[in-house]
Write a protein that binds this ligand. Sequence first.
Ligand code: PGA
Length: 255
Amino acid sequence: MARTRRAFFCGNWKLNGSIAESLALATDVRNGVSSVRDVDVAVAPSFTALHAVAKRLEDGPVMVAAQDCFWEEKGAFTGEVAPSQLADAGCKLVIVGHSERRQLFGELDAAVNLKARAALRAGLTPIICIGETLAERDAGETLGRIQAQLDGALADMTDAELERIVIAYEPVWAIGTGRNATPAQAQEVHHFIRSRLAMRAATLAPKLRILYGGSVKADNIRALMAEEDVDGGLVGGASLSAESFIRLVKEGSAS
Ligand code: PGA
């Protein structure tokens, strides 16, 4: 069955890589995926490498994403980076609400909403991450948690803004653990997310991309992508080697 939404894979490099290492990885990824058709690919280096990597990749096809942003444009906010600065550095996208930000840095849904809307104002595509913890899954609270995170992150967005977002479902228990959600578990939540989006904007929901994240690898991406509502992957560990990420992009876009 032909895909209705273009597959999208984003490598999240987290806190890894010097500028030189990031440039080398980005160059290898670009060379490896440039012949792959019908797919969008992005990489998210550390802040320090963003500009250099964006320059290296400016002739496409690989886009550059930041891993976080602040919601104010300028001012006395020591240590923060504005979405317009990310756009200036060459970013097209920004990850917001990653579970590591939520868990390690206390980021709340309201902040994720402010960040996503500020990113949209700066012309960036926010990749909005949501996902339940293992305790929430075991307590049967998965869908309730997803609903709360989704509603919180998307509050006050117009339809024109909603049209430009990407959602990433990342169960916290699957991130960096080697234990990915089964395709059926992913599909259940992705379908739920799309139904909630449809309640907000019925005509947009079928067009929005929902990525899965959490121990995605070349070996499991095909089965995940075979699910109706899984449109791509947000990839941590497996994006740190060009060889494994390229293989993942090829496998994922072929399915
Ligand atoms: P992982 O990380 O692929 O290493 O599990 C995914 C993520 O945190 O985005």
